[in-house]
Write a protein that binds this ligand. Structure first.
Ligand SMILES: [Zn+2]
Length: 270
């Protein structure tokens, strides 16, 4: 198991295990931001073993402490690895509703996965620790001579969404408001608010957007995400054929197994 690295800026790395199943954190992205006084991580993956890989990757770059871990939302592939860093002195930061989602869902999911022989070992030492710092609207963090803004764009992908902006670097970390070449998990989404979330991201004026899953890109990946939501909405008008239609419309997209759920959620909304 090895992290794939994308160097977004000299001081910003994105790490992922790729793929789209539990053993690789569903391909979620973890971002590391290197300040002069410490390191800030965003979304440290699904399990202690994955968090340890992230910790080792940080250590290859610097001896500075990992001071902050920001969670873009409560889904385990983004949030559950945070306990590993909390136990080692990092301050975990998330929206209040993210903390609530972790408390209400994580214990059950950890138990469920411990009963699944294929992935039980991955969750043997897993625990969900509530973020130490929560906020409603947003806050600023500084890992040393570096401005980091965390803001809540409203309930889009989940009730506790956060977006992380590095104004000096013109980089925005989107969480699952944006996926690139991955199908979208809509289980906690407010479908009516997804476009507003994309609009918030556009308004940040970043040059580089780091999605929750898939490769970082320019503002065009926001447009592609908007088109994707529109395509899903249109396909859901004919639920019997929708999964096949979306599969053909987005060839090669990962998380294909989630399409059945996607169509059900968009159909029941109509
Ligand atoms: Zn998610």
């Amino acid at each position: 198991m090895q992290l794939q690295e994308t160097k977004v800026r000299e001081n910003i790395r994105v790490w992922t295990l790729g793929g789209d199943e539990v053993p690789s954190s569903f391909g979620a992205n973890c971002t590391a931001v290197f300040g002069r006084g410490g390191v800030l991580l965003v979304d440290p993956l699904i399990a202690p073993a994955h968090a340890r890989l992230v910790g080792e990757a940080v250590r290859r770059e610097t001896d500075l402490p990992i001071r902050f871990v920001v969670l873009t939302h409560h889904h385990t592939d983004h949030a559950l690895g945070s306990a590993w860093f909390a136990a080692r002195g990092a301050t975990v930061v998330a929206h209040r509703a993210c903390r609530e989602g972790m408390a209400s869902e994580h214990p059950r999911l950890i138990e469920e996965r411990r009963r699944d022989p294929g992935i039980a070992a991955l969750f043997a030492g897993a625990e969900s620790i509530p973020p130490a710092v929560t906020f409603e609207e947003g806050l600023a963090l500084d890992p040393g001579d570096l401005e980091v803004r965390v803001l809540h764009p409203g309930h889009g992908h989940t009730p506790g969404d956060s977006v992380v902006l590095l104004p000096g670097e013109r980089v925005a970390i989107c969480g699952d408001l944006v996926s690139n070449s991955y199908h979208v998990n809509y289980e906690d989404a407010d479908l009516a608010n997804l476009e507003a979330g994309l609009q918030t991201l556009r308004s940040l004026g970043a040059e580089t957007y780091i999605p929750g899953h898939g490769a970082p890109g320019g503002p065009e990946i926001l447009e592609r995400q908007g088109e994707y939501h529109a395509a899903v909405r249109a396909a859901a008008a004919e639920p019997e054929t929708a999964v096949e239609k979306l599969r053909r419309q987005f060839p090669g997209y990962k998380l294909e197994w989630i399409l059945q759920d996607t169509v059900r959620r968009w159909t029941s909304r109509r």
